[in-house]
Design a protein. Structure first.
Length: 290
């Protein structure tokens, strides 16, 4: 199917945002808004993955809007972090609905801290009916410790590690000093640990509490795309394993999860990108049929 790429300029709190709408010749009634991660990224995505994804989906009937938040890419203003992108996403959704008023469903798609932002804000953005979240970024002392432990236990089971030990390719004295420092830091943190519930769910303004609450209360279906080779996804799974409230929020009846065992954090391989594209296409098609 033919699709055109239409440049758009729209306003968010008096600042101009720039986007590209991939508009199919005959779009279905479900479209996708790409929410980019923070830092140096912009609407093209890592390795132009959002460009290739948008072209692939629009050629099969799904409209896609890629845009720059305030302070990123070609958009004006200052970037304040994923905790403060609600107005930007709302402006993009409104722009898409104005361009395609026949739409019935709009899906937010984002990875890493963009997925975290979608969790926070999706509930409050008018017009959003679903979300697809790739390797959401979370971080606590407990999840970091679990992932480090998993990493070093896995290394102990690898023959390559022991070959390097035998060949004296590791500075074991330096590793021992590092382990002692790490243990001392951990003991200090344990002594200073706040009361239960203060870290991930204590204050109403804590970013992780906002993520959990937004995900818990979001009324539409959510698809999780989880990479097997990502440290971020391992932390996310460690949180689900230790926190029942997070587990319940992610496993509501309408939600679904797809695991990609060989994919990395940004789905950078050709196979991973194809699987992500197919997952997004299937999700949008199912929403349209429903």
């Amino acid at each position: 199917m033919k699709a055109v790429e239409v440049p758009l300029v729209f306003t968010c709190e008096s600042q101009s945002l720039v986007g590209i709408l991939h508009r199919p010749e005959q779009p279905i009634d479900t479209a996708i808004v790409c929410v980019i991660a923070g830092g140096p990224q912009y609407r093209a995505g890592v390795g132009r993955n959002m460009v290739s994804m948008a072209r692939a989906l629009s050629s099969r009937g799904v409209a896609v809007l890629r845009f720059d938040h305030r302070g990123l890419g070609d958009s004006a203003g200052e970037f304040a972090g994923f905790e403060h992108t609600r107005a930007d996403i709302q402006a993009a959704v409104d722009c898409l609905r104005e361009a395609l008023p026949e739409l019935k469903n709009i899906v937010l798609w984002g990875g890493c801290d963009a997925a975290s932002g979608c969790m926070m804000h999706g509930l409050h953005i008018n017009g959003v009916t679903s979300m697809v979240l790739g390797n959401p970024w979370i971080s606590t002392q407990q999840t970091q410790a679990v992932v480090r432990k998993q990493h070093y236990l896995a290394r102990l089971r690898q023959a390559s590690f022991w070959r390097k030990v035998v060949r004296f390719e590791y500075d074991l004295v330096a590793y021992l000093h590092s382990a002692v420092r790490s243990l001392a830091t951990r003991l200090k943190r344990v002594a200073q640990r706040p009361a239960p519930g203060a870290e991930a769910g204590g204050g109403a303004d804590h970013w992780m509490a906002r993520m959990q609450g937004g995900l818990r209360d979001f009324p539409g279906p959510v698809l999780f795309l989880i990479s097997g080779q990502s440290v971020v996804s391992k932390e996310f799974d460690a949180l689900l394993a230790r926190d029942r409230a997070w587990f319940d929020a992610c496993n509501k009846p309408l939600n679904r999860r797809i695991d990609l065992p060989q994919a990395d954090q940004t789905f950078s391989s050709v196979d991973a990108r194809q699987r992500v594209n197919e997952a997004l296409l299937d999700w949008a098609t199912q929403l349209s049929a429903a």
